[in-house]
Design a protein around this ligand. Structure first.
Ligand SMILES: *[C@@H]1O[C@H](CO)[C@@H](O)[C@H](O)[C@H]1NC(C)=O
Ligand SMILES: *[C@@H]1O[C@H](CO)[C@@H](O)[C@H](O)[C@H]1NC(C)=O
Ligand SMILES: *[C@@H]1O[C@H](CO)[C@@H](O)[C@H](O)[C@H]1NC(C)=O
Ligand SMILES: *[C@@H]1O[C@H](CO)[C@@H](O)[C@H](O)[C@H]1NC(C)=O
Length: 461
């Protein structure tokens, strides 16, 4: 009987269904949405991938583009972005939900929040295998997109974009690449991918190379110590590093403890980073040191019990979101399968073991035929803007019109550089002034304006 009951639950969860009410919000929801699972692979290795599709505000779904959102980590949940960044309802902190006037479905666009890789949030694996990496994540996410497009025909008839932040700087272009390859292999099932957008994106191992520089210019670390460390490190803080350089950097890192790495001018709420800085960034830096002993490889493997996966979110109090998504009435309202884990912002299950050294080759391949925007919240130290700007610049495309402000409400919201990539694509990098790692959380109006302009023209200015 127990087996039969759990099979029934799997079947119900697998269907997906409209979300008609949510605990904490009185009355009819101010948006239409559908949530449930897309099954990828067959039993006993089925991955039950949880999605929540928020329909476009004000227009029928059939008349709006689709945007798949992926939060980074690796191992953190897109539902956290729904709740604290660009979803139509936000958690007020006391269990009630309040409307977000800057919800991205107002662009208008159908926004799909996907919990990936398997093991994140409500997504779960039948065989209990949560070991994964970049290739496997892209493969499974492609399976989800194809499954969604079969279930929701409007996905095949409108422009499709992929968006995300942080470690999704890997997920997003890698999924775009998988889509392009699948489209060639099976044109009958082609997905109308138009482009992608990534915020404060992990890109290559050089992302962190401007970290100390950025911190000393924000007067968070001592300039004298910074200059001494730079000398000890022989002029570059990038790996590989001598033991003396590592020791000098440990002193600098120690000075950052208590600072919110996602927003260096904001408050540190919740548990601070134990060693300073951004947990994942440090893991990447350490892994990079070992990778460089095998310079022939453009892919790296992360050892340890969890690999590269993010285990906690320093300086952000995530309890309201965790408390909310763990409620049994919320799980029921969202059609969450009984087999799913207790929800967490960053998964305690995912083992992220295999990742690309750089995603630059995918940009080089696909930018000429796609619309691409890379943006940086400029008070984030996890993926500091100078490294991202350099990464985009290093693709080598000529500038169109150089440094240019973009404005919202008559104020400069950020600056932009755009590049000539050919008539079928577009490429821009943009900063968002005063925005954190999670840009729409700190600059919601500017983020929505940027998103709308991206869908309309490819760039905010
Ligand atoms: C919860 O927070 C919202 C928004 O801040 C507020 O309007 C509401 O009164 C609060 N409810 C309780 C029970 O404290
Ligand atoms: C778990 O899944 C990964 C990714 O597909 C695969 O490489 C690995 O072999 C699997 N492990 C087991 C024990 O099946
Ligand atoms: C991942 O994909 C890359 C690029 O196609 C390939 O070189 C690499 O061998 C793959 N790794 C695994 C573990 O599949
Ligand atoms: C780290 O900073 C604290 C003071 O904030 C100091 O007591 C400690 O010695 C420092 N440790 C290192 C390794 O610099």
């Amino acid at each position: 009987m127990r087996v039969a009951a759990s099979l029934l639950l799997i079947a119900v969860g697998a269907l997906g269904a409209p979300v008609t009410s949510l605990p904490g919000y009185d009355g009819k929801l101010p948006f239409a949405s559908d949530s449930g699972y897309i099954a990828v692979d067959s039993s006993p290795h089925t991955k039950h991938m949880f999605y929540w599709m928020v329909y476009a505000d004000g227009v029928p779904a059939e008349q709006a583009p689709t945007v798949l959102w992926l939060t980074g980590g690796p191992g953190c949940s897109s539902l956290y972005a729904f709740m604290t960044e660009h979803g139509p309802l936000h958690n007020s902190g006391n269990g009630t939900l309040v409307q977000n006037p800057y919800s991205w479905n107002k662009a208008p666009a159908n926004i799909v929040y996907l919990e990936a890789p398997v093991g994140v949030g409500y997504s779960w694996a039948e065989d209990g295998n949560y070991s994964t990496g970049d290739n496997e994540t892209a493969r499974v996410n492609l399976g989800v997109l194809l499954g969604l497009a079969d279930r929701f025909p409007h996905i095949r008839s409108n422009d499709l974009y992929i968006a995300g932040e942080s470690y999704a700087g890997h997920y997003v272009p890698q999924l775009a690449n998988a889509v392009v390859q699948a489209n060639v292999a099976n044109p009958a099932k082609a997905l109308p991918l138009r482009g992608w957008m990534v915020g404060n994106p992990s890109w290559s191992f050089d992302d962190g190379s401007h970290y100390f520089d950025f911190m000393q210019l924000h007067s968070i670390i001592d300039r004298a110590d910074y200059r001494a460390a730079l000398a000890t490190c022989g002029g570059s803080m990038a790996p590989p590093r001598s033991a003396a350089c590592d020791a000098a950097l440990a002193v600098l890192r120690n000075q950052t403890i208590g600072i919110n790495p996602y927003n260096v001018i904001g408050k540190c709420n919740g548990k601070p980073s134990l060693t300073g800085g951004c947990f994942t960034q440090q893991a990447v830096a350490d892994a990079e040191s070992s990778r460089l002993s095998r310079p022939e490889s453009s892919w790296a493997e992360a050892s340890g019990p969890r690999g590269l996966a993010q285990t906690f979110v320093p300086c952000i109090d995530v309890t309201p979101a965790v408390d909310y998504f763990d409620r049994s009435d919320v799980r029921a309202a969202l059609h969450v399968d009984a087999n799913a884990f207790a929800w967490d912002v960053c998964s305690q299950h995912v083992e992220y073991r295999y990742y690309a050294h750089t995603v630059a080759p995918i940009y080089a391949d696909l930018v000429p035929s796609h619309r691409v925007l890379v943006y940086s919240g400029d008070v984030d130290s996890c993926v500091p803007f100078p490294g991202t700007q350099d990464n985009v610049d290093a693709l080598g495309y000529p500038l169109v019109d150089g440094w240019k402000p973009w404005t919202v409400g008559g104020q400069i919201a950020g600056f932009q550089r755009s590049y000539a990539v050919g008539a079928k694509g577009s490429l821009a990098w943009a900063s968002v002034r005063g925005a954190s790692h999670m840009v729409p959380n700190t600059k919601p109006a500017e983020a929505l304006a940027m998103f709308e302009r991206f869908l309309a023209t490819g760039m905010p200015a």
